[in-house]
Ligand binder design. Structure first.
Ligand SMILES: [Zn+2]
Length: 203
């Protein structure tokens, strides 16, 4: 063995490499997780591997709101207990999780899958805006809540949507500015997010 090479099993290296590709997992964490899994019962490793494969194989996007789902339309779109006159617009599916966690919003959602960002070359046609507009046409929706992130891209997207939706005679509101500028919805705490929804205002 040449000097400097650390002798470990190839499979161990491989798992460390793969885990290291995940967001928020640095080389040290990847190592720790790998050695943890190495010691864990085989059943646990199997469940993890199956859970990863199953999100790739079973989960798709709802054809109405573009949230992730196993059934189409998704459970939220199909629910009779939700208020179908309100649609909350978010950038990513995980934003729905954050808002649902507050338990104060009972309307529907629409996931844009991104935000308008000229610097990254993302235009209005690259996110699910066209689908939103056709969804609103002839619907009984009376309020659209713009819950894009309170950063530059999220604000531009909200302004753009307001210009398109207001003329349709639908009330357009924006989450209150209680959310600090530059944050992402996904990371906001429940209290801040609850205040932001309750304090939403005309856009
Ligand atoms: Zn849906």
């Amino acid at each position: 063995m040449s000097q400097g090479l650390i002798p470990t099993a190839e499979a161990v290296d491989k798992l460390i490499q793969e885990l290291n590709k995940l967001p928020g997992i640095g080389p040290k964490s990847a190592q720790r997780l790998t050695y943890y899994l190495l010691r864990a019962p085989e059943e646990q490793a199997k469940l993890l591997a199956e859970a990863i494969l199953s999100v790739k194989q079973k989960v798709r996007l709802c054809s109405v709101c573009f949230n992730v789902t196993e059934s189409d339309p998704c459970l939220i779109c199909r629910s009779d207990e939700r208020d179908h006159s309100k649609i909350c617009i978010v950038e990513q599916p995980q934003d729905i999780l954050a808002l649902e966690h507050t338990r104060i919003y009972n309307g529907l959602y629409h996931v844009l899958h991104g935000a308008i960002s000229p610097t990254e070359g993302i235009g209005a046609s690259d996110i699910r805006i066209k689908e939103l507009l056709s969804r609103l046409q002839g619907s009984s929706v009376d309020e659209v809540i713009l819950a894009t992130n309170p950063n530059l891209e999220g604000e531009s997207t909200a302004m753009y949507l307001n210009k398109l939706i207001s003329p349709l005679g639908i009330r357009v509101t924006r989450l209150a500015r209680g959310l600090p500028f530059g944050t992402e919805l996904e990371y906001a705490d429940d209290v801040t997010l609850t205040r932001a929804i309750e304090g939403r205002q005309e856009f």
